[in-house]
Design a protein around this ligand. Sequence first.
Ligand code: ADP
Ligand code: ZN
Ligand code: ZN
Length: 778
Amino acid sequence: MPASSSPSPPGHAPPGWLEVWLEAGREGRTFTYANPSGLAIGVGDLVRVRLQGRPHTGLVVATAAACPAAMEGRSILPLDAVLESAAIDPLWQALLEVVARQCHTGLFRTLKSALPPGWLGQARRPPGQGRVLWTVRPNLAPAGEAVTPRQQELLDHLASHGGGRLLRDLVQEAGFGRSLIGTMERRGLILREAVRGPSKSGGAPGLAGGGAGAGSPRLESAQPPSPAQAAAMAAIADAPPGQSLLLWGVTGSGKTEVYLQAAARALAAGRSVLILAPEIGLIPQLLDRCRRRFGPAVIEYHSGMGDGERVVAWRRCLEAARRREPCLAVGTRSAIFLPLGQLGLIVLDEEHDASYKQESPMPCYHAREVARLRARQTGARLVLGSATPSLETWWRCQPRPHGQPADTRLLALPERIGRRPLPPVRLVDMRQELVDGHRRLISRPLMARLETLKERGEQAVVLVPRRGYRSFLSCRSCGEVVLCPHCDVALTVHRGPRAGGREGREWLRCHWCDHRQEMGDRCGHCGSTAFKPFGAGTQRVMEQLATELEGLRLIRFDRDTTRGRDGHRRLLERFAAGEADVLVGTQMLAKGMDLPRVTLAAVLAADGLLHRPDLRAAEQCLQLLLQLAGRAGRGERPGEVLVQTYSPDHPVIRHLVDGRYAAFLAEELELRRQGGMVPFGRACLLRLAGPTASGTATAAAALAERIRPAVEAAGWVVIGPAPAPVARAAGRSRWQLLLHGSPMAADGAADGAPQGDTTLPLPPEADLRRALPPGVSL
Ligand code: ADP
Ligand code: ZN
Ligand code: ZN
């Protein structure tokens, strides 16, 4: 099913036949419909059609003048109605086609992943279900629209209620008529927003141009930039369209201020801006800063929002694009697909963060790569910001052979604002602690530091690699570790209430599949009753701190305590307000928060982070530890970092202490070069899962033989099949094939032909999947 025919140009004969994508089944599929009444229809339109007698909303993905050969002689249903023209922009669809090709999957899967959940169903949802709020569409340009005085009154009324109004309020309290509201909705002057739960500042009056906040005294104005910031802003402004730039600056060096001023410039030039952060937890702070600068019209988009809210945010971008008005959107990974028009600037903050890569479901896209494609396609500038750039991005900043300029421009913010020094790193050798007979989780130096914390009015963050109480449970007699019955991973000991469990007891939980069970009385292997829990999770660290340092107030910050939409924000606000002295948390604690009273950042078990079976383990560990270090000493008082480890000589720890991240990258790049690893080689992992180990292994071997000829003809090799690092998860056996390819052409990346050299020598994903035995998935 070709999905790329272009919409019929205006004035042309309307198409007689359509391919319509319906969200039926896992990726949806297309169906052919006729257009007997000659409606003007093009690719990207939303239509209503019938399938098995029931109405469905579908997306037109192709049109044809003649009946498709496969449908010849069969009765073809007519479509019911056109619901919306150009719901999808051809340029946007072209982007998705490239992403689908690069991720080796189909367009429909990619569409499904890119569009907000429930997008196709939106037109079917009867209005009035849930709460419906009315708002002004973003960027209303009052001069350009002819509106009646009464319509203007309604617009003013809505604009003064930034969060939107209920229909009831408009009709009963403010006295507006339903027909007036209906007319204005049809003209696109106002928007209907379905909202679940309490309303947030969603719809709003127009986006302020930024900067001085002209006409809106409540807006914050831009900071006068430092020389380094000014140079970075100028470089972004002068960069050619489509250019990528790396903004490398330690935490607190003023990167966000650079984003905001670059955004103001793009908006003033009538171009849209997209700012991404890797985690939902970072969105509130970023959104607040954007709204303080640009007003409430800043659009929010991430998976923490309800489906209805996401559809509304999507529509606001689309409406603005149709009117050629700029918007500013802030979101996580999936926001890279927002249908913003006239993109002028894309920012990826914390660009090194692994959360930018979607691991499942397919397509396994990387938001940074999609951003590069989008920037080239639209001429937007791409700014990648980080204190610890990814190896790939740093590599792209290196000069290339034959005097060609580097693919990505490097901009540095070498100092913290106010010249606050980066905190020194102190190591605590836990082996020495043991020798000295101190067998506690919390070393003596850390203890001493925490003891004086409160009287000095300071705060600390403590990183514990795992949540829960203990890492795992093992038998003292036979050494057997208690594993999840469905996965090949150790169960984690938790303490406290759980659904169906007894209060205050310890119980076990799998962090992969969420299996939960009681802690047994004896070892399932040898029958011994002597179990020993090992390692420490956030819960146990909390308990230890509470018993050893009386009066120290603690907050636990991990996936268990930050549930819900505002979970992160609530806890951070409490901590920032001084409700606690120490924040004990997992990796999410290291990311991007600005907490001026924190003077100590401590890592309890750095070793848990160092030894992971992953190509990027060292890189990611150092990034995490440096990010954590960035939490300390952001305010007036100097900070300190304290790292407890059993491997003080590990290269990552060495570079953490000497603070020379660039030296680490250079060493790591050399290792990768020698090993022919990313970015010097290309790799693709195919993972199969099936009900039995032998069946899955056989399927994997068969798949390997099937693809081997084409893969080897292209100069690639097939490695495996081998069991996956976690060979069983959620009751399914996992096997994998690794495809390893020749280095990427050195200059392939910058010539504006992004896809050319990234295609895998593989048949399409759907074909591979079809060849698998039943029950085995890819
Ligand atoms: P980063 O994003 O690199 O962590 P921020 O942009 O958040 O850095 O800046 C750190 C702090 O310095 C913030 O409180 C910010 O308001 C302040 N700041 C940034 N730029 C300036 C400037 N040019 N003048 C004064 N303060 C600034
Ligand atoms: Zn499990
Ligand atoms: Zn045992």
